[in-house]
Design a protein around this ligand. Structure first.
Ligand code: 9MR
Ligand code: ZN
Length: 569
């Protein structure tokens, strides 16, 4: 036989590889696109054309072409082609069908187009937060199949690192995540996100009929829900104003219902990060509840003032080096060794609530570090919440500062437009952003971009923020709708103890999962993915994958913030 030369072998090998590399997938937002939002479909093989089919009417309503979007995208490892059907704004249910020389005729998952595309999932998310409540019997009339017994009524013990002994009533508040811990930083942050959403969309948060126990009491259910957490937060404050870091069991508990097991929970020592987060959220709550409940508003301000005074008297981070788990404790994480972001947030909110120059002075001093530059919020970095509040305030003496903050926001948005332009899926995520809780990061970026639209009227930021929502709802390399209860390729095995241990087939709906994690911080991820896997692919819908498939209250709040902004009720 004649010898094949090297280039023919090369071609053969390439041909053999094409079917392995190209997955021939269609990526869409499986829930839906808002009527006026940009609408895109991606494929990971060189398809040429597509049709948009209205599935109720059974007819083609639009035809479009694919353009190469990105060759060998770093985050997904894919080569991606993009089609645009933004001009279709008519409400309905649709799917995409490929017209191409390669694999023609394959169809996408169905999705909606419409103004109220997110109404259902938002209702689910509201209820999901209610279902995180601790210390309350969850009745069937409010929760259907997710009703459950009361949990965690026993008093908690002071961990020896508190230098206190004995026990204390710590009932109430929200479970933080898929486990049953309760933490000051994550709790404060959740409330801060919900408040910001309210401030941008007050009319969308007025409902007093969301079928929670407080519904019908004349107060929007949002404020009843938040109050449930505030009442717990008050308990975390020591008499001198310092605030305990958190409350949980020493080791992670197994997948048990919250009412089962009676594993003792411990109160951990006070920290400056928790104390400042507490001061900030209590100061803001004093403003938010002023017209709703004057007595609660006063309590919040007294508590905030006491904590702020303590911080003033203890200007260095405490405990020294920042809070860390003591050696006997494995659960709970969340260590933070820098407290300036928390302190600047507290100064901003104290100033806005009291109008006292001292706090503005404190803010300006700390802002010499941050220089009005926008960052993504996170549980260990709430500084940007202070910026949001200052920008939303109507105070003449803030004119100069607001101009600086607007510039900081505009710079943030411009930088992130560039990142998104280079990304295969068109969002402002870099490979290094795919760490524990990356779906939260996607939403925190979108929050800043939403602010760019709301405060600066920047349409490009608005459109980019909407693309982040598309990513969460299915337009991502795993073709997964990352919110439970919605989408066709949906999450079934969330790492969420009540969901795993109850007898329902599907998890509680309306919960966004953690997302891809390039550090593979659990054995389930390590067993399936190697270190060379593109970061945005490292995700498993598996109960054991706590570092890619667990929810938290604050990442869910960020999802609520973004979806609320793009929904018309
Ligand atoms: O989200 C947290 C992540 O950023 C940290 O790296 C990790 C380890 O400290 O902890 C995560 O938070 C989890 C917490 O420890 C326990 N409740 C669930 C939290 C979300 O996964
Ligand atoms: Zn509980």
């Amino acid at each position: 036989m004649r010898k094949l030369n090297a280039s023919v072998w090369g071609l053969l090998l390439l041909l053999l590889h094409i079917p392995m590399m190209a997955q021939q997938n269609i990526y869409v937002n499986q829930v839906g696109y808002a009527s006026t939002a940009p609408k895109r479909v991606l494929v990971d093989y060189p398809a040429e054309r597509f049709e948009l089919i209205n599935v109720n009417e059974g007819r083609v309503v639009f035809e479009g072409e694919f353009q190469l979007r990105k060759q060998l995208d770093e985050c997904s490892g894919m080569t991606l082609y993009e089609g645009d059907f933004s001009e279709v704004q008519t409400s309905g249910r649709y799917l995409i069908r490929i017209q191409s020389s390669l694999n023609s005729g394959i169809t996408s998952y169905t999705f909606s187009i419409g103004d109220a595309a997110y109404s259902d999932v938002l209702q689910m998310a509201d209820k999901a937060l209610f279902l995180q409540r601790c210390g309350l019997k969850i009745e069937e009339q409010h929760a259907g199949p997710f009703a459950r017994q009361v949990c965690h009524l026993a008093p908690s013990y002071y961990h020896p690192n508190c230098q206190l002994t004995g026990e204390k009533d710590m009932t109430g508040g929200w479970h933080d995540a898929g486990d049953y811990g309760k933490y000051v930083a994550p709790g404060s942050m959740t409330i801060a996100i919900l408040y910001a959403s309210y401030e941008l969309n007050p009319s969308k948060w007025q409902s007093d009929a969301r079928n929670i126990p407080e519904s019908g009491n004349g107060i929007p259910d949002l404020f009843d829900e938040v109050r449930y957490e505030l009442e717990w937060l008050f308990k975390m404050q020591r008499h001198d104003g310092a605030v305990h870091e958190k409350l949980h069991t020493k080791n992670y508990v197994q997948f048990i219902m919250p009412s089962a097991g009676e594993v003792p929970q411990f109160i951990y020592e006070v920290s400056s990060t928790a104390t400042a987060d507490f001061a900030a959220i209590m100061a803001k709550s004093a403003r938010m509840y002023k017209a709703i409940d004057a007595e609660l508003s006063d309590r919040c301000l007294r508590a905030a003032t006491l904590s702020y005074k303590y911080l003033d008297q203890h200007p260095d981070i405490f405990p020294e080096g920042g809070f860390k788990n003591p050696p006997d404790t494995k659960a709970g994480g969340y260590s933070d060794d820098y407290d300036k972001e928390e302190r600047i947030w507290a100064a901003a909110e104290m100033y806005l609530t009291t109008g006292k120059k001292k706090y503005l002075h404190d803010f300006n001093e700390l802002n010499r570090i941050f220089k009005s530059e926008f960052m993504e919020v996170n549980w260990n970095n709430p500084a940007t919440f202070g910026f949001y509040s200052l920008l939303l305030a109507d105070k003449e003496e803030l004119d100069g500062l607001q101009a600086d903050l607007r510039e900081g926001l505009a710079n943030y948005c411009d930088r992130h437009k560039q990142v998104a332009a280079a990304d295969g899926f068109g969002i402002a995520m870099r490979a290094d952003d795919y760490t524990w809780g990356s779906n939260g990061t996607v939403m925190y970026k979108a929050m800043n971009l939403v602010m760019g639209d709301y405060l600066l009227g920047d349409r490009q930021s608005r459109e980019l923020a909407a693309r982040h929502l598309d990513y969460i709802l299915g337009l991502n390399p795993n073709k997964k709708c990352y919110v439970t209860g919605v989408g066709t390729n949906r999450i079934l095995h969330l790492h969420h103890a009540p969901t795993v241990s109850d007898f329902n087939a599907e998890p509680i709906p309306g919960i966004m999962t953690g997302g891809p994690n390039k550090y593979r911080n659990d054995e389930a991820l390590q067993a399936v993915f190697d270190a060379n896997t593109p970061p945005a692919r490292i995700y498993l819908d598996n109960e054991e994958s706590y570092s890619s498939n667990e929810n938290t209250i604050y990442t869910n709040a960020a999802f609520q913030f973004v979806a609320t902004y793009f929904n018309k009720p």
